[in-house]
Design a binder for this molecule. Structure first.
Ligand SMILES: Nc1ncnc2c1ncn2[C@@H]1O[C@H](COP(=O)(O)OP(=O)(O)O)[C@@H](O)[C@H]1O
Ligand SMILES: [Mg+2]
Ligand SMILES: [Zn+2]
Length: 256
């Protein structure tokens, strides 16, 4: 009997985080599932019926769907982030401890550094871990978020669709990728300030990445403050821990 029990357990096992990419693909094939023919129940001859693997995968993939992670980040995980510099090592450590300790953390992260040092890789890994732990997470590239808000703007009511903004304000953990990437118009600054200040006041965790640095290295080079304004930069100091990642562009170094 103990052997049988073990078997039942393995039948109901939930896919590991690494399998979620495959799960997302499986979701599209659900109607043509050869095991259950779309019913969601698989009949095992002589034993009865059980919930089909395809349904278990579907619920797993659904959990990640609401996070809105772009498909191209399917392969980003903590376990395949290989730090190349001391600062990348420190960033990995901070990112993993935040993922384990949340919600007992008082500040988010602002990962800053040049292109290809792994800022998005780490931010995505945090969201995956926290989604696994059951928290409501959301990913947005800053530029796309602004565009969605702008596209939903109704000039008659002077408001934007709440369907775009409300998940952004409500998520337990929000990643805003590529902060400062949009041309800093007044509207962009106001919208940015609204989102960031609301989340700050509600004590919600926000994780930022940006290609802009604090220190101006060359004359005429734009720094983060130029892109988001002095007030918002100082608000970010309060609500998130700044982590500077240095290193070479990972894609250039390791693609060959
Ligand atoms: N330390 C690392 N270990 C493994 N892969 C990395 C590392 N740093 C970057 N990458 C990979 O290089 C590419 C660029 O990383 P990304 O996180 O998008 O950079 P950034 O957001 O800093 O511009 C991605 O495919 C990512 O998985
Ligand atoms: Mg990035
Ligand atoms: Zn099935």
């Amino acid at each position: 009997m103990p052997k049988e029990k073990q078997k039942v357990h393995s039948l109901t096992a939930v896919p590991s985080p690494g399998e979620t990419a495959a799960a997302a693909r499986a979701i599209e094939q659900i109607d043509e599932c050869p095991k259950c023919f779309g019913s969601g129940m698989e009949v095992i001859a002589g034993k009865g019926a059980r919930i089909c693997d395809c349904r278990k995968r579907k619920s797993q993939a659904g959990k990640f769907e609401s996070v809105r992670l772009p498909k191209r980040y399917d392969g980003f995980h903590f376990h395949n982030y290989k730090p190349q510099t001391a600062s990348q090592e420190a960033a990995l450590r901070l990112a993993t401890s935040l993922t384990m300790e949340f919600p007992a953390v008082d500040r988010g992260l602002l990962m800053m550094g040049s292109v290809g040092v792994g800022k998005t890789h780490l931010a995505v890994s945090i969201l995956k871990g926290l989604t696994e732990r059951g928290f409501k997470c959301l990913f947005y590239e800053f530029h796309s978020l602004l565009k969605e808000i702008q596209d939903s703007y109704n000039p008659k009511t002077f408001t934007s669709e709440l369907s775009v903004l409300s998940p952004v304000l409500r998520a337990d953990v929000l990643v805003l990728d590529e902060l400062g990437a949009s041309k800093p118009t007044d509207w962009v600054r106001d919208t940015m300030a609204h989102i960031i200040n609301t989340r700050y006041n509600d004590k919600k965790l926000t994780i930022f990445t940006t290609n802009y640095l604090d220190e101006r290295k060359r004359d005429g080079e734009e720094v983060l403050e130029d892109r988001i304004g002095t007030r918002l930069r100082s608000r970010l100091f309060e609500m998130s821990r700044t982590v500077l990642l240095d290193g070479k562009d990972f894609r250039r170094t390791f693609d060959r």
